[in-house]
Design a protein. Structure first.
Ligand SMILES: Cc1cc2nc3c(=O)[nH]c(=O)nc-3n(C[C@H](O)[C@H](O)[C@H](O)COP(=O)(O)O)c2cc1C
Ligand code: FES
Lengths: 174, 569
């Protein structure tokens, strides 16, 4: 059974329609985004399902997941906080911000908080260089930018994310 | 704090004064007050602005709109419409058709905000990016209308060619010529791709264009498609640009609903569809052949070239790849003609450029200015001077693959030609302005770290070269360098330039090369005196034994560091 194909058949049709019928594998990137939205990361099962949909091998799908940094093949915190520490941001104190933020959360860069909610990572330029310190938050709900941040504002955001998440937990989401 | 929203400048040269400029000034002052805008609007004067027939002239910033000749009767209208409602008073507008002479080149007078010549950011921040109506009200789709109803594809290509427009994606290739190649390619179908993968650190101009004026990209692509003979187009947009993606999605939908995109555009038999394709965080996919591979559903690794995309691109078909900023120039060129466009910039580089200014200046952000302004102007006028009055040391241009430009070049006009001659590259237009506290070794290290991470690892010179360069520079920054290392850096950099498969490897060592050219003594200081004059690198003090050992040539420490390193990326 192809779970993705069943659950998202309409969306998948719309994605496939963007590309010529004999070039289906072009749809691999949007399909990976879809799979990731579903589970927070790209599961082995999803890779198989995408491979089946596109008529390529699961190994090929996996190699694409490995190539692009926005696809994850492992679960992490529900929210990935990705702080830009590229040069222009570093000049505006991004590294110190990242350090303090991690300190506040009691984790190191790359780690996840014990409650499984937040993973903090550093990334390359996100094209918001004049608004550093800045980070993006990635989760199943999508991706959002947060600019001109302080540790306080970031912690406040994290608190509200956690709260929002505990609500949706009650709604039965993982 | 009071926030000044607008700056109004009235010309006060002798001729303007003769024609009543002072009265206009006073009337504006009074009207601004009576409308209760005096906290948000500042008023001042400006010197010679050329073009006698438009005096007295009133300029309003930040839109850099010029009204003239302005009489007392117009004052109320300008204040109410422009300053209060934010709408440009079209009937009083000057230079709409032909910003000529000094105005196209107007430099800021002391104390005033900069004049920004806006072509690609013309509407950004002024219109509602979700509203097609707003776009139409601001000259939207007049260019496509003109192109489809009164120009042949050949005429369009000729117009673009005549305008002198060069690619803004980094390489500066003449746009009209590229379009001509794609049109002339014998095979079908043809595709066009807008390159919106912008991931050069410090660059966010394409994001500004798309977020601020998404319809202009759609309109430009439609014109391009008509010109080269394509019916299908893709926008390859950086995965992180969700907001820009949404705005484009909306713009495409609205344009399709109104017959401006899709089948039978403008009631003609021309058909063109645009699809969005989001990248997923690979810097290399900005390179056009890697982008095409990625769009084909493969790992984004550059192809060997030739063949180039105009003859063999997406799915092996002739493909036009243009940068977003390049395309954003097209509607204005078609609307006003190439003659008009050629008035901006310098003889070798026409038009404007969007620069993103970062680093140790008082103002950071994006500006659009004619090609050919100098770094000094950017820093003094747009950047409002160096922070804390510190001295300029260098400017890193064009993101990671750009050049390191020493302060001594700050009076060189920034256009493709002059900078090429000076051995520098404008690249994407990112300007990272650094003062004396910047250490060049540290800078090189940060940049190489980026390349080491972003190398797609397909070709060996780039994969191992970026690693090795980083390790050597890292060793130098820790006091483990030797003079011989500098030769190796230089040789390795040259090899990478020659042997790498694509621009990433070819340009990864450019910054390092520039640093060794302009700041070699400072790098040597790290090695010989174990000193970082900027105080950035933490070099531990030497023991007497180490001092003796350091005098011996090849850098054993660096070699060990390299061999012992199992770091992977
Ligand atoms: C490593 C590398 C990265 C690039 N990144 C971009 C990019 O993000 N955006 C872009 O438009 N061009 C980028 N380019 C240039 C493209 O390959 C191509 O020249 C450009 O899109 C052509 O458009 P233009 O003629 O309008 O400039 C990059 C080139 C290289 C070598
Ligand atoms: S350097 Fe951080 S967003 Fe550009």
């Amino acid at each position: 059974m192809n779970h993705l194909a069943e659950k998202y058949s309409e969306e998948i049709q719309a994605i496939l329609a963007k590309y010529p019928a004999d070039q289906k594998r072009s749809a691999v990137m949007p399909l990976l985004y879809l799979a990731q939205r579903e589970s927070g990361y790209v599961t082995k099962t999803a890779m198989n399902e995408i491979a089946e949909l596109l008529g390529i091998t699961a190994t090929e799908v996996a190699s694409i997941v490995g190539f692009y940094s926005l696809y994850y093949d492992k679960p992490a915190g529900k929210y990935r906080i990705q702080v830009c520490t590229d040069l222009p941001c570093a000049l505006r104190g991004a590294e110190e911000f990242l350090e303090k933020l991690c300190e506040n959360l009691g984790i190191r860069v790359g780690e996840t908080t014990p409650d499984g909610m937040v993973t903090v990572e550093h990334v390359m330029c996100l094209a918001a260089c004049d608004k550093a310190p800045m980070f993006q938050v990635q989760s199943g709900e999508g991706l959002s930018y947060h600019e001109n941040q302080t540790v306080e504002s970031a912690m406040a955001l994290i608190q509200s994310l956690k709260k929002g998440a505990s609500h949706s937990n009650k709604d039965g989401h993982p | 704090m009071k926030v000044i929203r607008s700056l109004v400048l009235v010309s006060n040269d002798p001729r303007s004064v003769e024609l009543g400029a002072e009265e206009v000034f006073r009337a504006l002052h009074a009207e601004i007050r009576s409308q209760g805008l005096h906290d948000q609007v500042r008023i001042g004067t400006i010197g010679v602005v050329g073009e006698q027939q438009h005096l007295p002239l009133v300029m309003v910033y930040p839109e850099a709109v010029a009204y003239g000749p302005v009489t007392l009767d117009d004052v109320h209208l300008i204040v109410e419409e422009h300053l209060l409602k934010g709408q440009i008073v079209m009937s009083l507008l000057r230079f709409l058709q032909e910003p000529a002479g000094e105005l196209a080149w107007l430099r800021t007078r002391s104390g005033a905000l900069p004049v920004q010549q806006r072509i690609v950011l013309e509407r950004a921040g002024i219109i509602d990016p979700y509203s097609l109506d707003d776009y139409l009200l601001h000259n939207g789709y007049t260019a496509l209308g003109k192109a489809l109803t009164s120009m042949t594809p050949e005429q369009i290509i000729d117009e673009v060619d005549q305008s002198g427009l060069q690619g803004r994606g980094g390489a500066g290739f003449p746009t009209g010529r590229k379009w001509g190649f794609v049109r002339a390619a014998p095979s079908h179908p043809k595709y066009i791709i807008a390159n919106a993968d912008e991931s050069e650190p410090g660059t966010y101009k394409d994001r500004l264009i798309i977020e601020g004026d998404p319809f202009s990209l759609i309109e430009a692509m439609t014109i391009a498609a008509y010109a080269v003979g394509a019916n299908e187009g893709f926008i390859y947009i950086r995965g992180e640009y969700r907001l820009a993606y949404q705005r484009l999605e909306n713009a495409i939908r609205l344009a399709e609903e109104h017959g401006l995109l899709g089948d039978a555009i403008f009631g003609t038999d021309f058909t063109f569809h645009i699809h969005l394709h989001a990248g997923a965080g690979a810097y290399i996919c900005g390179e056009e052949t890697a982008l095409i591979e990625s769009l084909e559903g493969k790992r984004g690794q550059p192809r060997a070239r030739p063949p180039y995309p105009p003859s063999y691109g997406l799915w092996g078909k002739p493909t036009l790849v243009n940068n977003v900023e390049t395309l954003a120039n097209i509607p204005a060129i078609i609307r006003h003609g190439s003659e008009w466009y050629r008035q901006f910039g310098t003889p070798s580089s026409r038009g404007t450029k969007v620069y993103t200014i970062m680093g140790n200046v008082n103002f950071t952000g994006a500006i659009e200015a004619p090609l050919g302004i100098t770094l000094r102007e950017v820093i003094e006028i747009y950047g409002k001077g160096m922070k804390h009055g510190r001295r300029l040391k260098l400017v890193q241009t064009g993101g990671s693959s750009g050049s390191i430009v020493p302060a001594s070049l700050q009076d060189t006009p920034m256009d493709f030609e002059s900078w090429r001659k000076a051995g520098a590259s404008l690249g994407s237009g990112a300007l990272l302005i650094c003062d004396e506290r910047t250490c060049v070794v540290d800078l090189a290290k940060v940049l190489l770290q980026f390349f080491r991470f972003e190398s797609c690892a397909k070709c060996t010179p780039c994969r191992t070269g970026t690693q090795r360069l980083y390790q050597i520079v890292d060793a130098i920054s820790k006091g483990h360098g030797a003079l011989a290392d500098l030769d190796e850096l230089q040789q390795l950099g040259k090899d990478m330039e020659l042997l790498s498969n694509c621009g990433l490897g070819q340009t990864a060592s450019v910054a390092l090369r520039d640093i060794l050219k302009h700041f070699r003594d400072e790098v040597e200081e790290h090695i010989l005196e174990r000193k970082c004059r900027a105080g950035v690198c933490r070099i531990p003090a030497l023991s007497p034994y180490e001092i003796a050992a350091a005098a011996a040539t090849p850098s054993q420490a660096a070699i060990e560091e390299f061999e012992g390193s199992t770091e992977s990326v």
